[in-house]
Design a binder for this molecule. Structure first.
Ligand code: NIG
Ligand code: FE
Length: 424
């Protein structure tokens, strides 16, 4: 029996399906590539995937169907960016320059700058302005092939200001084609009002902020920056347990700058993901693999922090963890909106294979935000989020540096980017 379709992307040199669910270990190299492949959609869903001949035989095109020729190109799932801090005001360019001159990130934060300087700027900016800036950022992401993005709060740090930022995230989801997943990160830093009283602020998060975020349905996940001089393992555990009790699934900024036992905590509480992980211990890595916690690695942050070190991606893959990659887009440690730049760094900085990198930016990244049943692969029934890349083999995706390979982007079956520009 034939299936109806109103969109076909046909004759791809390589159709990278990444079919078969999230992967660990050696399986991260299996991309399910179909040579001379096609993918068809009806509305926002994929209805056929196969060789060009198979798909032609299967589909019945509607009168107004769009047919896109992808000869000579690579077609792959839209990227999922599972860790960003998209909503903020201002810039931190001066810190970037200071770090190049040798000043450590945590010293800048301890002296009231860093995250706290973005908190000052964000608090002083109305929601409408935050939304306008964030919408432009989402456009740039879409033009670089990202079709699903996780967005954290964390630059408000008071009940009203955190809710303001999360309502902006909800507005973005209504106004932009990107699929957006919200995370409450009230525990991003101790705000000036609670300086010296981190426990007092933790209580405020648990007693006031989490209940309000949950009752307004403003977030799906709860996250904590667990780090020396920020929030301890014990404080993180309390916040994440309170979040879980209110229906927010746990995530964790873990073992980024100092070894804290963050990976162990993520495993113990069954976090969906632990992120950063530059200083994760071998035991922590093992426990994350056993507990099925996704290791979301953020090489653009290592690069921008200028620490000369990346998370040990090979150890995570060797231990059997599902590794995902994300931009960590934020003004302090990762001012990039591009998963393509992250791919470059994952290859050159973390020595991942192009196949592992694509897996980490698609189906495993979807798994890190509990969306692997919906996005992250080209399979019948999934959302039609598709990137047409102007390269002849997927091997070149992390190799090509500094130019945008996303020629066309399809979001929920609609062509939204053509020749690298937003058209709808
Ligand atoms: O993921 N490490 C903590 N949070 C962010 C940085 C935020 C900032 O510096 O503004 C991160 O790297
Ligand atoms: Fe982050």
């Amino acid at each position: 029996m034939k299936v109806r379709a109103d969109l076909v992307v046909e004759n791809a040199n390589e159709l990278v399906t990444v079919a078969g669910g999230p992967r660990v270990g050696r399986a991260m190299r299996e991309l399910g590539i179909i040579e001379n492949g096609s993918v068809a959609a009806l509305g926002d869903r994929i209805v056929a995937v196969g060789t060009a001949d198979e798909v032609t035989a299967q589909v019945d095109l509607t009168a107004d169907a769009r047919v896109i020729d992808a000869s000579g190109k690579v077609v792959l799932p839209g990227f999922v960016d599972p860790h960003t801090h998209l909503v903020f005001a201002g810039s931190r360019v001066h810190e970037f320059i200071q770090r190049a001159e040798g000043r450590p990130y945590m010293d800048i934060l301890a002296s009231g700058g860093g995250i706290l300087s973005t908190v000052r700027a964000t608090r002083a900016t109305p929601a409408s302005e935050l939304a306008d800036v964030a919408l432009r950022r989402l456009d740039t992401m879409l033009c670089h092939g990202t079709t699903t993005v996780e967005v954290k709060s964390g630059y408000g740090l008071s009940p009203d200001q955190e809710l303001k930022c999360l309502r902006v995230v909800r507005e973005l989801a209504e106004r932009h084609p990107m699929d957006i997943i919200a995370t409450f990160l009230g525990a991003h830093a101790v705000p000036p009002e609670y300086r010296g009283d981190a426990d007092g602020y933790v209580l405020r998060i648990i007693d006031e902020m989490i209940p309000r975020v949950a009752s307004e349905g403003l977030a799906e996940f709860c996250d904590v920056f667990c780090e020396e001089r920020v929030f301890s393992v014990e404080q993180a555990r309390r916040i994440l347990e309170a979040g879980r009790a209110a229906g927010l699934a746990p995530k964790l900024h873990a073992d980024e700058i100092a070894p804290m036992g963050g990976a162990e905590l993520a495993a113990e509480i069954g976090a969906v993901s632990a992120d950063h992980l530059l200083c994760a211990s071998p035991a922590g890595i093992r426990r994350m693999a056993e507990a099925g916690v996704v290791a979301t690695l953020l090489p653009a942050t290592s690069f921008t922090l200028m620490v000369g070190k990346y998370a040990d991606a090979r150890a995570f893959i060797g231990a059997g963890c599902a590794v995902a990659l994300a931009t960590d887009f934020n003004p302090g440690t990762s001012p990039t909106l591009s998963m393509q730049f992250v791919m470059n760094l994952a290859a050159a900085g973390m020595r991942l294979h192009p196949a592992e990198i694509i897996c980490a930016c698609t189906v495993n990244a979807a798994h890190a935000v509990r969306r692997a049943g919906e996005v992250g692969s080209l399979e019948v029934g999934k959302i039609a989020d598709i990137v047409i890349a102007d390269v002849d083999t997927y091997l070149k995706l992390p190799y090509q540096l500094g130019t945008n390979f996303a020629d066309k982007v399809i979001k929920r079956g609609q062509l939204v980017v053509s020749e690298g520009r937003r058209i709808a």
